[in-house]
Design a protein around this ligand. Sequence first.
Ligand code: PMV
Length: 347
Amino acid sequence: MTYTSSWRSPSNIALIKYWGKHGLQLPRNPSLSFTLSACYTNMTMGVELYAGNPGIDIFYDGQPKPTFEPKIKTFFSLLGDFFPWLKGSLVRIDSHNTFPHGAGIASSASAMSAMALCLMDINDQINSHATFPGEIWWKQVSEIARLGSGSASRSVFPGAAIWGALDTIDESSDQYAIPWNEHLSPVYKDFQDTILIVSTSEKSVSSTAGHNLMNGHAYAASRYAVARNNMHRLCDVMQRDDLIDQFISIVESEALQLHALMMCGESPFMLMEPGTVAIIKEVWRYRKATQIPVCFTLDAGPNVHLLYPSSYKENVLDWVNANLIQYCAEGKYIMDQVGSGPKKIKL
Ligand code: PMV
């Protein structure tokens, strides 16, 4: 018997960064992200139940992609309690991203959340469940996505999501993310994210290795305390329209802390490129000169996310084309914005 499911799931950009984990992908501190719109993974999964030749066949853009296999195998090995049928089945995965993978745009977030959605959907078909689309269903998808990649837990919700327990946020949990969209003040609901692609090369240090380097890091304890405090502050700030200066200072500090942690561990590494630094300095110059509330954040990579209210879209676009495109690989950038979450694709 063969079952299929197709989902489109977006990437997300963290404003408060998750960096450091323990146990089974549990975060050392809570994090908050915007769910994106234009950067997503389209995935189709086919499951041949209890096939004579169980295994995983992975295709990316129509081509076999065996290099993705170890990560997916590890992920599947954690899912026995959720999906007992997975072990003896043949799973075929076809995916396509709208953005370069491995370049610090969270491709694992969109891919692992898409995979969690397909698995849950197929599980419902196998068991003739119809729990979709209740709150519990989404929590479970988020928990499963988390086991594939921590940040993927946040991609399943529209607008903004929080992953990690925080005393002031009801129902927040280390096990799964929760939606936070309804708390956002209007300015943040369609916030823009223009992603400047400084480099499309694969990262020199994976985020898994980066998280591991937080174990025994001299600044680990203080980082987790600062992140927690920044969560409290940002959650207050984003419920109002008039505190965007504080939004900017928290978000930029979080981005630079993430990269500072990479640079001052026992095995230091650097993911910023000269173009990354040039863009950051230009953001500071432009904001001072124009008073336009545009700021930057960084993922675990060299690319720069410019975040700003939608009312400044034209100004920012003119500025990007005049001053920043010189730092972008082949002049590439992606115009993205806060998005509405995953969508089931009708086959
Ligand atoms: O989900 P992972 O294991 O790829 O880690 C992602 C870590 C950052 O993207 C740097 C921060 C975050 O919270 O998304």
